[in-house]
Design a protein around this ligand. Structure first.
Ligand code: PGA
Length: 252
């Protein structure tokens, strides 16, 4: 079966010195847990430092974004080959990037293609807003995000792709989706859309995380769901005890 992946998305938090401290505090706890894949996604500036601290451990490293061009005159951007020196994963299309930085399904699609081409595993974020949810449009919105974000992408095994289902109204609000509701949406919307793109066998291996206000005390509920293969954790990944607690919940 699929190994759960628990990822910490640090967002715009932690200087290099603070990152060093946080990783030092959480690494022993993370290393003690087996049967779960663990991943840290610090800001770009801390990637090399965190890569050094994680060397020789079973904790993976990821970035929070990338640009679809691989080199050239694109001031301020970071490319897939630059990240591939340190990272195994990259988060793409997080709802904050869609809301504040103009990302669309089309830019997500370009970024997923370049990530795959350079051996990075994309974590593609999808999820409906509160307004869309209340209008009964969650299924339509999420299936479009999956389809248009991933169309024509060369996903080969299914291990090379992760989806994070993050209802926008649950991110950073303390108001998590119900575990059963998230499970149903993954089963009835995300997986069938993936099957349409990549076929059954590949889809079986794609991990689908839940994200949005995951904490140590609600994590187990999500991980009990058959369709939820781990979590993308924001706020609680900034505290060593909380993040280790969530990783432990994924193991049991
Ligand atoms: P949160 O963020 O855990 O703080 O709700 C999740 C995310 O944005 O990935």
């Amino acid at each position: 079966m699929r190994t759960p992946l628990v990822a910490g998305n640090w967002k715009l938090n932690k200087t290099v010195a603070e990152a060093r401290q946080l990783v030092t505090d959480m690494l022993p706890g993370l290393r003690a847990v087996n049967g779960v894949e663990k991943l840290l996604c610090p800001p770009y500036t801390a990637l090399t430092t965190v890569a050094g601290l994680l060397e020789g451990s079973d904790v993976a490293l990821g970035a929070q974004n990338l640009y679809w061009e691989t080199e050239g005159a694109f001031t301020g951007e970071i490319s897939a080959p630059m990240l591939a020196e340190f990272c195994q994963y990259v988060i793409i299309g997080h709802s904050e990037r869609r809301a504040y930085f103009g990302e669309t399904d089309e830019t997500v699609n370009r970024k997923v293609k370049v990530a795959l081409a350079h051996g990075l595993t994309p974590i593609v974020c999808v999820g409906e807003t509160l307004e869309e949810n209340e209008a009964g449009r969650a299924a339509e919105v999420v299936s479009r995000q999956v389809r248009d974000g991933l169309v024509d992408c060369s996903v080969i095994t299914g291990n090379d792709l992760v989806i994070a289902y993050e209802p926008v109204w649950a991110i950073g609000t303390g108001r998590a989706a119900t575990a059963e509701g998230a499970n149903l949406l993954i089963r009835n919307v995300i997986r069938p859309t993936l099957v349409g793109l990549f076929g059954d066998e590949v889809t079986q291996r794609v991990r689908v995380q839940y994200g949005g206000s995951v904490k140590p005390d609600n994590a187990a509920e999500f991980f009990r769901q058959p369709e939820i293969d781990g979590a993308l954790v924001g706020g609680a990944s900034l505290k060593a005890d909380a993040f280790v607690g969530i990783v432990e919940a994924a193991a049991s």
